[in-house]
Design a protein around this ligand. Sequence first.
Ligand code: NAD
Length: 300
Amino acid sequence: MRIAFLGLGHMGLPMARNLASAGHEVVVFDVVPAALDAGREAGLPAAASGAEAAASADVVITMFPEGRHVLAAYRGSEDSAGLLQSARPGTLFVDCSTIAVDDARAAHALAEAAGHRSLDAPVSGGVVGAENATLAFMVGGDEADLEEARPLLERMGRRIVHCGGPGLGQAAKVCNNMILGVSQIVVAEAFVLGERLGLSHEALFEVAANASGQCWALTTNCPVPGPVPTSPANNDYRPGFAGALMAKDLGLAAHAIARTGVDAQMGLLAQALYAQFAEGPGAGQDFSGIIHTIRSGEAA
Ligand code: NAD
């Protein structure tokens, strides 16, 4: 299978590398010359444009920052040919970027109208998961198309879940990250409340980690140093999962909440708190660093 892999950022470069090292024929492209150079240095053949890479591919994988990048690349512009227009009929497009459900559905519709097939396949697992090929893929689209893409996804990840039709991979991602964002805040609030009440971090952890307060935000990403030695709190809150990315993902959740009219007050509050956190140094810290905001705040 010939693969065009477009978008060689933090995630895309190691993902493309894993595909190539599994013996797939991979051609790469990135609009930023330094990212393209990094691809070349990793031994990946580079195309002159995304359209050129797509023209000879069986599968086109994109790993871009936002939905507007995906839609613009699919459509093309006056200066650059669109991926959909350049690809051979029936090409399978797999977008692994995290984007709004509506944008994912628009991308599917554009691909279908151009005579192609497409999947939304956002990931979780971060840069470490991308490097170690242990990502989780949440996939929306046709099951037969997923079966075609599965051998490729298995080279980049460990867990692949078919979530339903177009856009439902993104829906699963946004719902999961809303749970994560809200739970990380409340775990941090509990530690700060415990501090003010004279409760040690160790005692609270020992109780909650073995009781009904147990969750990933506590037992893996514990927001205070000590109880979980591998959590980012022990490493000056270096990510991990950066505050800017959590703010972005909760922005996508807020968009979906507004569109559906769900009364998701916790999700919206978490979105506002992370947006504020990511305006400052929190953008580059692990999102569990939100505990600093809670500690410095004064309840009215
Ligand atoms: P990044 O900004 O490091 O990389 C994105 C790359 O896409 C950039 O190099 C950019 O130049 C390139 N690009 C943009 N438009 C392009 C185009 N038309 N053609 C070719 N290249 C183009 O971002 P990242 O951290 O790799 O994340 C990528 C996506 O994965 C995002 O949607 C992000 O939310 C999601 N994600 C990231 C993480 C993480 O830990 N970094 C984890 C899970 C999901």
